[in-house]
Design a protein around this ligand. Structure first.
Ligand code: ACO
Length: 277
């Protein structure tokens, strides 16, 4: 039975190791107002250390994943309130990028519908993204007088090729889930009725892996992207040593024992037996 926690604008449902984090302002297409930023920060902070949550899925209530920043409450509503603007802007950057990008557990964006503007930041921060084929994506900022800010342009440079990014930034053309998969902005798109099952399938695959190693693997890849080769080598060496010392499963030793001594598995074809002593 799923355990549910309601924040004002976000709902978290925990079921069989998956934490479903649901942006929950369907009447506003899950546009991000300041409250949603505060709620997401709190929800993610709790999930970081929640033992029952192995994989985090971010999705949206109703027909939208997230319609970007709330034009009324996030922008116009804080124009004359610099303190609230600062607080909201900090929380917005903190959860959408800094927390999510290197979240200690695997993260999946399950894009059920509209995904616009500022929603691209958490989309790209997640480790995986699966969308409904008919979901609509768009860098709509150009259509109402701003450019993709708040880190969107920066993270796009990592996630899209130069020509595609320039096209969508400068035209604001919307595109669907199938096109998003073709552009490699997401992993793949499926018919909407299969979206949840496909997401669960991926989450279950991830839950079979050693969680400590999964965490280190994503951190190494994500942090090393901006290091030079010497720094990356040094960082990975230190990280590898730390992992061997702190991995409660002693996965490296177990895997080698099962392959080399016991000859019970093939590491190229599957995971070592995590239950074996
Ligand atoms: N900010 C504030 N309110 C929004 C936003 C938003 N980003 N998106 C939707 N809403 C509100 C609408 O104002 C409307 O509110 P109302 O019922 O009080 O009038 C409600 O959500 C429903 O919106 P509709 O437009 O009626 O819904 P529809 O399903 O027809 O269209 C769509 C959805 C395409 C998402 C449309 O609302 C839209 O274009 N929204 C803006 C998307 C956008 O450009 N986002 C980027 C913002 S900029 C940034 O993120 C940096």
């Amino acid at each position: 039975m799923a355990e549910v926690k309601d924040f004002k604008t976000v709902k978290v449902e925990k079921d069989q190791g998956i934490a479903w984090v649901i942006l929950n302002r369907p009447e506003k297409r899950n546009a991000m107002n300041p409250q949603l930023h505060y709620d997401m920060l709190e929800a993610l902070t709790e999930l970081e250390v929640d033992k029952d949550s192995k994989v985090v899925v971010i999705t949206g209530a109703g027909p939208s994943w997230c319609a970007g920043q709330d034009l009324r409450e996030y922008f116009r509503g804080t124009d004359t309130n610099p303190v609230e603007r600062r607080k909201a802007s900090w929380a917005s950057q903190e959860w959408r990028w800094r927390r999510l990008f290197t979240f200690p557990k695997p993260t999946i964006a399950m894009v059920n519908g509209f995904c616009f503007g500022g929603a691209f930041t958490p989309l790209i921060a997640c480790d995986f993204a699966i969308a409904a084929e008919d979901a609509i994506f768009g860098l709509s900022e150009i259509n109402w007088g701003i450019f993709p800010g708040g880190l969107v342009s920066r993270v796009l440079a990592d996630a899209m090729c130069y020509r595609d990014a320039m096209w969508y930034i400068m035209t604001g053309d919307p595109f669907d889930g199938k096109k998003a998969a073709e552009l490699k902005l997401i992993n793949y798109a499926v018919p909407k009725e299969q979206l949840r099952d496909e997401t669960v399938k991926l989450a279950k695959k991830l839950m079979e892996k050693n969680p400590q190693v999964l965490r280190a693997a994503k951190e190494v890849f994500k942090y090393c992207r901006n290091m030079d080769y010497n720094q990356a080598e040094e960082y990975m060496s230190a990280k590898g040593t730390a992992l061997r010392l702190t991995d409660p499963e002693k996965g490296r030793e177990t895997g080698m024992k099962q392959f080399l001594d016991e000859k019970t598995y093939r590491p190229g074809l599957g995971a070592y037996n995590r239950e074996a002593k």
